[in-house]
Design a protein around this ligand. Structure first.
Ligand code: SF4
Ligand code: SF4
Ligand code: SF4
Ligand code: F3S
Length: 442
């Protein structure tokens, strides 16, 4: 198929893609603050126990929490695709000097995307990729908790490895799922046209009845999300828990606001159209996840929506960045980079916005501090927030080299219909237990 020219705002330029440019009305997206992830794998098990617990799905982990830099599922997926691209365009996989306009917020990528590298290679493929071996799929937690480097043995420098601005000995947890990309490599790859992107929410799905198991999607998704199922001979991938996004999934009536003893756990009541966060998002113990929907214009730009928390974090504060934007699929998974990791590594994984994003995260504005309190507070998707100002409760003249002031503002979250979901203060309240109740004491 002849490639067409499309606009990729993450690259700040047009690029080639196997299909004409077309955009959904809303786009499924998420922000992960990986500074907070504790690798408890609750998200992983929530997905597995909902969608991939059957025969033939034993190695399917649609949600995975990888241990970087050595791990990855399938093993070393990112290193392998980076090497393939570099081989096609040696030494030139670079970003041009940052010219941060609204159309190119991270500057312009000068190298080749997976689609452009395929055209350059001239093999007739729609995108460059590889099919992981069974060995690489054998376990989801390669190199668990394995750090790079070693602190020196000299007594005066032995803690050098754990001092900010970045640690010399480091690793981090990278929670991943399908990015429901704007220009999906999997969709562009499928010769059966079995993969489609939904107009209503941008979710990318594999039509199980059309798929014939060609595995081009497995090969050409640079993030390695589609997986082949031997028992059915077709491929499967994360479905973004679409019944929950549609507000059709039965949910508990307990929303966290009433007393737990009065709650009604009626699991047959659908959320009645109220879009809910996916299973992996809704269970996150570390409160690192915020998932939602952003409104998209016909030309693929985002409708300005200043008080949508995702719009604010990605477009206004620019504290959350796309994962490996240089691959060219315009992923809709965004990450607040881990602040202790060397910048060169972060720039490779999240693009040239990484330095500024870490700086913004370490010296948060009053608004950012309030918005960070929206993460993982409610099962309903938050479409808007409002901040009510509160008193100053703390100040530090030299906080990471800058003056820092903490205000106990209250942030209020609203659902799609504009109904208030919850309100929470920036400063977490302290509750004193009653001295006469000791439930766990004999
Ligand atoms: Fe397709 Fe992979 Fe993008 Fe998901 S992450 S939409 S599987 S290219
Ligand atoms: Fe699994 Fe749903 Fe999360 Fe996708 S969004 S990884 S299907 S739990
Ligand atoms: Fe990390 Fe949250 Fe998953 Fe736990 S549930 S591993 S904190 S993303
Ligand atoms: Fe197409 Fe992938 Fe199936 S390439 S035929 S969706 S295995």
């Amino acid at each position: 198929m002849a490639h067409q020219e499309v606009y990729n705002w993450q690259l700040g330029r047009n690029m080639m893609y196997p299909y004409k440019e077309k955009h959904p009305k809303w786009q499924f997206a998420f922000v992960f603050n990986i500074n907070r992830c504790i690798a408890c794998q609750t998200c992983t098990m929530a997905c597995k126990s909902t969608w991939t617990f059957s025969k033939g799905q034993e190695f399917m982990w649609w949600n995975r929490v990888e241990h970087m830099p050595y791990g990855g599922y399938p093993q070393s997926w990112d290193k392998k695709i980076l090497e393939i691209l570099d081989k096609e365009n040696p030494g030139k996989q670079r970003w041009a000097v940052a010219s941060t306009s609204a159309k190119a917020p991270y500057g312009v990528f000068d190298g080749m995307t997976i689609f452009e590298a395929a055209i350059h290679a001239g093999t007739g493929q729609n995108a460059l990729g590889y099919v992981p071996t069974d060995k690489e799929w054998r376990a989801p937690n390669f190199y668990e908790d394995t750090a790079t480097g070693y602190p020196t043995a000299a007594p005066d420098t032995q803690h050098e490895g754990s001092v900010l601005p970045h640690h010399k000995t480091w690793f981090f947890y990278l929670a991943r799922l399908c990015n429901h990309c704007t220009y999906p490599g999997c969709l562009g790859a499928c010769p059966r046209k079995a993969i489609y992107k939904r107009e209503e929410d941008g979710i990318v799905l594999i039509d199980q009845s059309r798929c014939r198991g060609y595995r081009k999607c497995v090969e050409q998704c640079p993030y390695k999300l589609p997986m082949f199922r031997g028992t059915t001979r077709v491929s499967e991938k994360c479905i973004a828990c679409y019944p929950r996004i549609e507000g059709k999934d039965p949910v508990s009536k307990y929303r966290g606001n009433e007393s737990i003893k009065d709650a009604k756990f009626d699991m047959t009541t659908p959320s009645q159209g109220d879009p809910m966060e996916t299973r992996c998002m809704a269970v996150c113990v570390g409160q690192i996840r915020l998932q939602g929907l952003v409104q998209v214009n016909d030309d693929g730009t985002w409708v300005e929506d200043r008080n949508n928390p995702l719009y604010y974090l990605i477009k206004v504060a620019k504290v959350a960045l796309p994962i490996y934007p240089q691959f060219g699929t315009e992923p809709n998974g965004y990450y607040i980079p881990p602040r202790h990791v060397p910048k060169a590594y972060l720039r490779q994984m999240f693009g040239p916005g990484a330095d500024a994003a870490v700086e913004t995260f370490m010296n948060p504005s009053r608004e950012l501090l309030a918005v960070m309190n929206l993460f993982r507070k409610h099962q309903s998707i938050i479409f808007k927030y409002k901040i009510e100002q509160g008193p100053k409760v703390f100040e530090n003249a030299d906080f990471h080299g800058k003056k820092f002031e903490l205000y106990n503002d209250t942030i209020i979250a609203f659902n799609k219909e504009g109904k208030e979901l919850f309100r929470t203060p920036v400063e977490e309240p302290i509750y004193i237990r009653r001295g006469d109740i000791h439930y766990n004491t004999i």
